[in-house]
Design a protein around this ligand. Structure first.
Ligand code: AMP
Length: 126
């Protein structure tokens, strides 16, 4: 799948749509999900044009990957949900493609926490 420059996160990165920024550096932007599913629901995205996790893993530079992983950890820490900092825990989710139910085709992590999140998957479709 080729990268779609009109996806909503590309528009956020170009400044065409506002966002509630949590963290930004050379390679990464993190911002609150517009439809938060938990007290902490932050999206972490690379600034580069990657469609999904597999695309990012295969094609991002080492510097981008390191910055991205560190940023996700920093978000969890700053949101107060990281166990290493005394927080009560969090979950990171990355949906990819049709079966993963990915809605926005720009790679992103969801950092979720601040409440009991339940088991990861249910057996029924929803
Ligand atoms: P996914 O299904 O993993 O692609 O999730 C996409 C996420 O992007 C959803 O949780 C949406 O609520 C979120 N989202 C969509 N548009 C925006 C926006 N303009 N600002 C912040 N989050 C958004």
């Amino acid at each position: 799948m080729s990268y779609d420059d009109n996806n909503v996160f590309a528009k956020i990165l170009r400044g065409e749509i506002p966002n509630r920024t949590v963290l930004e550096n050379e390679h990464v932007l993190a911002f609150h999900d517009i439809n938060g599913q938990a007290p902490t629901h932050v999206l972490v995205i690379p600034k580069g044009k990657y469609v999904s996790f597999d695309d990012f893993a295969a094609h991002a530079s080492d510097a981008e990957i390191v910055a991205f992983v560190r940023a996700a950890g920093q978000v969890a820490s700053e949101e107060g949900v990281a166990p290493s900092g005394g927080g009560e825990g969090f979950r990171i989710v990355s949906n990819a493609g049709k079966n993963g139910v990915q809605e926005v085709p720009h790679f992103h992590l969801h950092v979720l926490g601040g409440r009991w999140l339940g088991r990861m998957l249910k057996k029924v479709d929803d």
